[in-house]
Design a protein around this ligand. Sequence first.
Ligand SMILES: Nc1ncnc2c1ncn2[C@@H]1O[C@H](COP(=O)(O)OP(=O)(O)O)[C@@H](O)[C@H]1O
Ligand SMILES: [Mg+2]
Length: 603
Amino acid sequence: MTDAAHDSPLLRAFELGRSAAGWIWLGSLALSCVSGLLVPVAAWLSRALIESLIAAHRDPEQAVLLAAGVGASGVLSALSGSLSSLLSAKSQRSIMTEAAERLFRAVNRMPGIACFEDPAYQDKLRLAEQASQETPGTLCNLLLAVLQTTFALVGFASALLVIWPPLPLVLLAVLVPSVLAERALGRRQAALSAAATPEYRRYMSYRTLLTSSQGAKEVRIFGIGDFLARRLVDALGRSADRQLAGQRRAFGIQAAVACLIGTAVIVSTGYVAYSTVVGRLSVGDFVLFTAALAWAQGSTGSLLSQSSMLLASLTRFRSFLEVLRMPGERITGVLPVPPLSRGIEIDNVWFRYSPDGEWVLKGLSVFLPAGHSTGLVGLNGAGKSTLVKLLCRFYEPERGAIRWDGLDLRDCAVESLRQRVAVTFQDFATYELSARECIGIGQLSRLAEQDAIETAARLAEIDETLKSLRYSYDTMLTRVFVDPETGREGVTLSGGQNQRVALARTLMRGDADLMILDEPSSGLDAEAEHKIHQALRRCRIGKSNLLISHRLNALRDADRILVLDDGAVFESGSHDELMAAGGRYAALFAIQSEGYLEAISGA
Ligand SMILES: Nc1ncnc2c1ncn2[C@@H]1O[C@H](COP(=O)(O)OP(=O)(O)O)[C@@H](O)[C@H]1O
Ligand SMILES: [Mg+2]
């Protein structure tokens, strides 16, 4: 098979159906052939029945048998049709879940996070998600329609040939242009739905603001509900307008197709009726013809609408395939990351978030020795969190390099790097899971180890709070969902408590080579933060920590403190050295100890 053929969305969709649903999917296709074939069989039997009713020598037994045959083939056709629908619904379920699994695995394989800030990737993802849910279904339905139509056509072809030899040709002459017209329409529709995606995503973001518990507070206190709802309606309207743009044209094409089919119906019915009246055809022939015609009208209608739907969704399926392919193109570096023995060298690193944006890090050079605790301070926007993201290789430096024991991070396998690093991010995530899971997922392999989870929680000083909850560690830390197994309701923790849960999650990886805490302090008081840093150093003797805080006091015990300013290290040294130097650190420390803490804090 050539590459192009291998990449045909139709073949890939078929392969998805076969591998996800196997025999059920093939079985539903086979049954639909049987159901298709039984339609002409019933029509032929009806013809024979009528012929026997108006024949010169009538045979009552034969008539009863034929009548029974007509009934039986009708029942069988209906039964195999519904069984085929049942099997197809079953296979659609498998196909849909398989498609979702492949899609989100591919999303998880994206090594960095820049893609999630890229509108083009988000659009593609939205289309891919839509395709993964609908394409298997549309493909199934189309294949069923094609098979049923084909088999019925084969069955009817001989009948039609008997009635009027050019009739199948007339049908074909009508079908081919109709299919071509629908094909053009389907393509256009897909392009329009792609164009509608950005506005639809905008609609979704307003929707989240208006309906999530986080958004609901600000929406109410600022009274911006109607303002946002207006924006939501506008975005939804614009998205629908883009979809609608093609409808007028579609109407024209569909009207032309309907006229073409109508003309064919008038001409052929007129001809067959005339031939019956003049005695060239029998009444049975006329009945057979009307059955064939009714079938042809019904099945061409469904065939046409299915095929235009399929074409539209196959175009979206292309986005699905692109998203699946993407991670492979972007992953570089395969070397395993060894345990940190010397240290991490940040060598003249320049970084900005977009090629034409402002530099965030401007030639940052510093060495983080293994086994030491390094404190990092600096005003808001100095680039502290950016450095954390570079250390996790979510982004790569534009110039310069970060080296782990001399090994350029670009040459390392990202998974291997991330197994050695544990981080509490400044904007940590909250999960709609039980307290146990919220902490345990910090190290999935120990999700079932209650002791490990409680130890981490104790270090983060959240253990007692969690134990006092109604269902202890089994309490869901969300009020939006109930526990899926027990139906128990959950709780909402305070900001600071959530922060401690996030910290406990990181502490599940207490043996990580590098632990980074990025401002784990907004919800904690200064003394609590200092205590956590002390506890961390106690339990991580010989390991490396990078501690970021806007409270200089919390970092006073760090082996070395770096003051980051304007994308580079402004000064560095131990607390005592920096105080003695009387530079920026000393000035900031003086302000903070005078109690102006909150004046420069935040972040
Ligand atoms: N994802 C992003 N895309 C574009 N700019 C960003 C992004 N994240 C941070 N920045 C910018 O980078 C600068 C440094 O941010 P950050 O590293 O978060 O600072 P700090 O953690 O020291 O407060 C800020 O000017 C911020 O606006
Ligand atoms: Mg920050």
